[in-house]
Unconditional design. Structure first.
Length: 207
């Protein structure tokens, strides 16, 4: 049966999982679900993920939801020692930046994204955008300082942390508004974009 991934590719959380599968050169089938595709509130879907959210995977009968958990699972199963560092402290370092993406960065940028991309222009709240931009820029300062002198988030090794934070950075840079210059983040982001596994995933317009 192999690996099946449910979720539309415009979702940052689905992008992370698809990008990981491609880095690991895993064959997989992706089924569009969520947003305009729907299909994520059916009884069958809710049996796989009671949250009704995307992504979900089925890996030979093992069903898993929560994008970062899926990325960690696939990387540990197929990319141990590379995408998923085997050294405990290196792994904790990568893991910490994944949590930072999920609990700090993505929540901070959420309102800017929702207002600038998803809301109708006449319903747009500049106050929400300004607040979200300020919160995100504070985090971008941290990321930019961290990436000074580093090729990837965990120094020289491309890991799951680059996938989670990279997908969020892709969304941030894709928002139709000016950005403060972030030389280290921008250089890192350009390196990510040259990876063949990111092609067709991170090259999508932000929608
Ligand atoms: N914490 C979850 C969040 C999942 C989530 O919020 N998914 C959104 C898309 S990014 C969703 O399912 N939205 C409903 C929809 O697309 O119909 C994860 O990382 O997997």
């Amino acid at each position: 049966m192999g690996l099946r991934i449910w979720g539309r590719l415009s979702s940052i959380n689905v992008q992370k999982v698809v990008w990981t599968a491609r880095e690991l050169e895993l064959p997989f089938e992706r089924i569009d679900a969520g947003g305009a595709f729907g299909g994520n509130r059916t009884p069958e879907y809710l049996r796989m993920n009671p949250n009704g959210k995307i992504p979900v995977i089925d890996d030979d009968g093992f069903v898993l939801w929560e994008s970062n958990a899926i990325v960690r699972y696939l990387a540990a199963r197929h990319g141990a020692g590379a995408l998923w560092p085997s050294d405990l402290r290196q792994r904790a370092d990568a893991d910490r930046w994944m949590d930072w993406q999920a609990t700090e960065l993505t929540p901070a940028m959420r309102n800017a994204f929702m207002q600038l991309v998803r809301a109708a222009p006449e319903k747009r709240s500049q106050a929400l955008i300004d607040e979200s931009n300020a919160a995100t820029e504070a985090l971008m300062t941290i990321l930019d300082e961290h990436l000074a002198g580093r090729h990837f988030i965990c120094a020289q090794q491309f890991t799951v942390a680059d996938i989670a934070v990279g997908a969020a950075a892709h969304r941030w840079f894709g928002l139709p508004q000016p950005h403060l210059p972030r030389p280290n983040v921008e250089g890192w982001y350009r390196r990510l974009m040259t990876r063949p596994a990111a092609a067709g995933v991170l090259t999508l317009p932000v929608t």
